[in-house]
Design a protein. Structure first.
Length: 188
């Protein structure tokens, strides 16, 4: 029996498991949403499988993505992270993570509420049959990117934000022929 999945996950067991259990599942926890935004920022210019393979090392290096702890970090922690070969060592992205922790803490509204408010509180359901139809950014991802940047977030351009929206289930971009399209749609 052939199982049809979105072709981007290929056959790598890590990618397949991520596709089948996590990608596109609506995430409403503010801390988890923030972690995924940070990881999508680190992914910029790389393949997502690189980040998936390093995700546990990222979690360890960044104190479980505890924003209260990260917000207090400075140059010493940046230098420590730049020596950590378990993560993507990019000074700008590390510094952005610290700044994004501070921005998250300074929000006057809940992060999940801010994010989900941009899609009306429910996942956007799409009906793409091929990967060629799936956009890399949308007016909604552009608006959310602008809202985040206005609040001090970095490494959150419209393309990064759209990939993050897909990963966190704000939009269901599993292809219509994918085994996960309908189950994820029912989670809305």
């Amino acid at each position: 029996m052939t199982t049809t999945r979105c072709p981007w996950c290929g056959t790598d067991p890590i990618y397949v498991a991520y596709h089948d259990t996590e990608w596109g599942v609506p995430e409403h926890d503010s801390r988890a949403l923030w972690e995924k935004l940070i990881l999508d920022g680190f992914q910029a210019g790389l393949s997502w499988i690189t980040i998936l393979r390093k995700r546990d090392a990222f979690r360890e290096a960044f104190d479980g993505f505890n924003p209260e702890r990260i917000a207090g970090w400075g140059d010493a922690e940046v230098e420590r992270l730049l020596r950590n070969d378990g993560i993507v060592r990019h000074r700008g992205k590390i510094q952005a993570t610290i700044g994004n922790a501070r921005a998250l803490i300074e929000l006057n509204e809940g992060f999940a509420e801010l994010v989900w408010g941009h899609v009306g509180g429910a996942p956007v359901q799409t009906a793409f049959a091929t990967m060629a139809e799936v956009p890399t950014a949308t007016p909604t991802s552009t608006a959310l990117s602008k809202a985040l940047k206005a609040r001090g977030f970095r490494f959150c351009g419209p393309t990064i934000v759209y990939a993050w929206m897909e990963a966190c289930g704000l939009v269901n971009d599993h292809l219509t022929g994918c085994i996960r399209h309908e189950p994820v749609a029912r989670m809305a």
